[in-house]
Design a binder for this molecule. Structure first.
Ligand code: GDP
Ligand code: MG
Length: 139
């Protein structure tokens, strides 16, 4: 059964372009409740660990350098069917392929600087949330 939580980051491009407020509005309007949130800048080590599954991909070094290029907003979100519904709300990885009205369609710059992260499974949502938030930082 699907759990009701997912993990997201508003990535450095969207923060730098002034989209934090608009993206949080879309997330809340999409029926998600924010149960943890922080504004931080990742180190190369933490970004590298977060994206370790992509270590062998050609874009890994660029991705780590992009994700450490400025601050991000990390958050845990709650809604029924959270993982799948959030992936629908953000759209495809490549904003050129993201459906009209999705967060990546509206705010992303490129396949790399694509505005937001969304967990791809319940298991990863749990792992990713725990990566950033202690038990005292989520509600
Ligand atoms: P996601 O789950 O939709 O975020 O996509 P993936 O898990 O496949 O990739 C993780 C992140 O790596 C994406 O959100 C992008 O920021 C970046 N990325 C994915 N594919 C590419 C690519 O082909 N080129 C580059 N430069 N970055 C990519
Ligand atoms: Mg992914």
């Amino acid at each position: 059964m699907a759990t009701n939580r997912t993990f997201t980051m508003i990535k450095p491009d969207a923060v730098a372009n002034g989209h934090i407020g608009a993206i949080l509005n879309d997330i809340i309007a999409g029926g998600f409740k924010i149960v943890a949130m922080k504004y931080i800048q990742l180190t190369a080590e933490s970004a590298g660990n977060f994206y370790a599954v992509h270590k062998e991909r050609p874009f890994y070094a660029d991705l780590v350098s992009f994700m450490t290029s400025g601050p991000i907003v990390a958050a845990i979100l709650e809604k029924d069917n959270a993982v799948e519904d959030f992936r629908t709300l953000i759209g495809a990885t490549d904003p050129k392929k993201a459906e009209e009205g999705t967060i990546r369609n509206k705010y992303a710059e490129s396949i790399e600087a694509n505005a937001v992260h969304g967990s791809d499974s319940d298991e990863n949502a749990e792992i990713e949330g725990n990566f950033y938030f202690s038990q005292f930082e989520r509600f």
